[in-house]
Write a protein that binds this ligand. Structure first.
Ligand code: NAD
Length: 291
């Protein structure tokens, strides 16, 4: 790295807290090295209090762009000059582009496009399909909005009766107002409706934190009857690599069932392309991160 960095090296940042555990710096710096790009990526421990100064710093230091994570994904919205259509609808930003170093900052959200690319890479075209989802937190909202923008015919979102449910109502309202998708929100407690919905769907996406620690022993699908060979299943969780849902799917004959690793890699690749204009070498990055 020390041999690579010169007076010409361009900087991309990540602003979030806590952030020291993040895989993003490894992901991006490995990609820069592999592509022979004169860039560096650094993580900055920034919370809401320092956020305005940090955003001004992106402009002043001519940082090329930045990733944004919790707790700044929503707080950054009023500090930017422009939002992509998806970021505007989702109400969150995970990528900022400093357009031509002019200080004009455009906010994007790539979690949804990352999820759509993950589905496409498994041969799944969601256009004109019925999709059942669980979860309407950060990941669920980004996926639901992008699926609607990409032309999914019908989206049935199930969430338990918790603090995220109202968020789901807002997401459905936005989808109905701004896209041609038929979207509905249902209580996950209505298990008969949930099973019926999956039976009528081509794709099931679990966008909840179920399956990840400390909920690694849980799966929102428990009835083998709902697993059909032609039902594609995507779990946004990638640690553990095989969640309870994916184990259950494998044991009951699902042919396409995969974790959130691809979504994670593709959302990074989308951000990489937005900021640098280059393609992230995904296979190389994956081999380094998950060897
Ligand atoms: P969040 O806290 O915003 O939302 C959590 C969601 O999970 C809510 O809808 C909540 O109702 C639901 N939930 C939690 N426990 C539940 C339970 N026991 N039963 C039913 N529903 C339950 O979180 P988030 O930011 O949306 O992240 C959700 C998951 O997605 C996390 O595991 C996160 O690591 C993962 N994620 C993956 C990627 C990726 O690129 N693969 C990107 C973002 C998030």
């Amino acid at each position: 790295m020390s041999e690579r960095i010169t007076g010409h090296t361009l900087l991309v940042s990540l602003i979030a807290t806590p952030i020291r555990h993040s895989l993003s710096p490894t992901m991006w710096n490995e990609a820069f090295a592999k592509n022979g790009m004169d860039y560096a990526y650094l993580a900055f421990e920034v919370g809401n209090e320092e956020l305005a100064d940090a955003v001004q710093g992106i402009r002043a230091l001519k940082i090329q762009g930045s990733n944004v994570s919790m707790p700044n994904k929503q707080a950054i919205l009023p500090l930017l000059d422009e939002l992509s259509p998806a970021a505007k609808l989702v109400g969150a930003v995970n990528t900022v582009v400093n357009v031509n170093e002019t200080g004009h900052l455009v906010g994007h959200v790539t979690d949804g496009t990352g999820a759509m690319r993950a589905l496409a890479s498994e041969g799944i075209d969601i256009k004109d399909r019925i999709v059942t989802m669980t979860g309407c937190g950060g990941a669920g909202t980004a996926i639901a909005i992008q699926a609607a923008l990409d032309g999914v015919k019908e989206l049935r979102i199930f969430n338990r009766d918790d603090e995220f449910y109202a968020n789901g109502e807002e997401t459905v309202r936005k989808i109905l107002e701004h896209t041609n998708t038929k979207a509905t929100l249902h209580h996950l407690e209505d298990q008969e409706a949930f099973k019926q919905s999956i039976a009528e769907s081509s794709v099931y996406i679990d966008a909840t934190s179920v399956g990840m620690k400390p909920q690694e022993d849980l799966s929102l699908i428990t009835d083998p009857a709902v697993i059909r060979p032609d039902l594609a299943i995507m779990d946004v969780v990638y640690a553990p690599a095989e969640t309870k849902l994916l184990k259950f799917a494998r044991e009951n004959g699902a042919t396409i069932a995969f974790n959130g690793l691809k979504m994670m890699l593709f959302q990074g690749a989308e951000a990489f392309h937005l900021i640098t204009g280059e393609e992230m070498p995904i296979e190389h990055v994956e081999s380094v991160l998950f060897k």
